[in-house]
Design a protein around this ligand. Sequence first.
Ligand code: NAD
Ligand code: TYD
Length: 339
Amino acid sequence: MNILVTGGAGFIGANFVYYELENHPDDRIVCLDKLTYAGNLQTLDKAMTNPNFRFVKGDIADRDCVFPLFEEEKFDIVVNFAAESHVDRSVENPEIFLKTNILGTQVLMDACRKYGIKRYHQVSTDEVYGDLPLDRPDLFFTEETPIHTSSPYSASKASADLLVLAYARTFKLPVSITRCSNNYGPYHFPEKLIPLMISRALAEESLPVYGKGENVRDWLYVEDHCAAIDLVIRKGREGEVYNIGGHNERTNLQVVKTILNLLDKSEDLITYVTDRPGHDMRYAIDPTKIHNELGWLPRTTFDEGIKRTIQWYLDNESWWKNILEGDYQSYYERMYKDR
Ligand code: NAD
Ligand code: TYD
């Protein structure tokens, strides 16, 4: 199989590249990535030495880049991770989210139509379902839950999902979609909750918790997400949506306190800051479909995964310190100053 992984220099895409190279050593993986602020070639250092891996720098929304690559490589499978992925950035500037997340998806699928493909897979998010109330712990997102978005990020992801399903129906494109809950693990960019809190706690800097820290996220270790996508692209049914999540709900405050506790740092570092506008209260996935159809179950508990993640950040300080030294500082100032 020749597999195109877009966005493979980012957090989940890179973990997926490594998962595929290890579990399917006969497959060829081509990574197409624009190397935005979130993409990091250093992350792919180990893959670069594998003869079955090729990296191409380019924009999924650029036809002049995408079409010749499809013509040359004759891909069997496309897995689209490439996206603008941070909710707070989408509040600040929605436009690039629409361009990459929606138009980029369209360009990739047009290339699939022209050059032929066995499967186009869209990596989506549970955020397309909006949020659940805190006082109804019996409710979960299923694949039938209506799309009901809150942020420009989730609206762009939901738009892309609708376009993917439209291409399946109208053009008979063989597609699949997975909608996963919040991931954590190695190579996670330190603007997101868990790596942000780990890196700041290590530096004994204040930990900015939005609102009261009561919002709930359903955390999944990134390798479990990669295993689920791998199953869906090879064995999942065409035209189907699969939810991915492992029933690991935690409030943000619980997550932050767990990190502080494991690093033996004081809870006095926690600072409550102005809430995110439109902040979703609770995400919680019902993964029954992928479990029943494909036998997928998460392997890593939150307690185990968070320890492994913290250890990874301790062992790979240069990876995230390089990021903190770049444009990140002005990002942090802009987002958190006077908040
Ligand atoms: P990320 O921001 O860490 O990485 C995104 C990658 O895409 C980067 O390498 C970036 O350079 C690349 N990219 C951005 N725009 C591009 C473009 N126009 N052309 C080519 N490459 C481009 O994101 P992530 O957290 O790894 O998320 C990957 C995918 O998974 C996204 O589609 C996201 O919506 C989805 N998802 C993420 C989570 C999560 O918890 N992080 C959960 C569910 C779904
Ligand atoms: P994030 O990692 O941005 O993921 P998402 O918004 O896609 O769920 O945020 C996870 C939760 O943590 C979310 O409820 C917002 C909250 N949060 C903070 O409290 N402080 C922060 O500095 C960040 C980045 C997030």
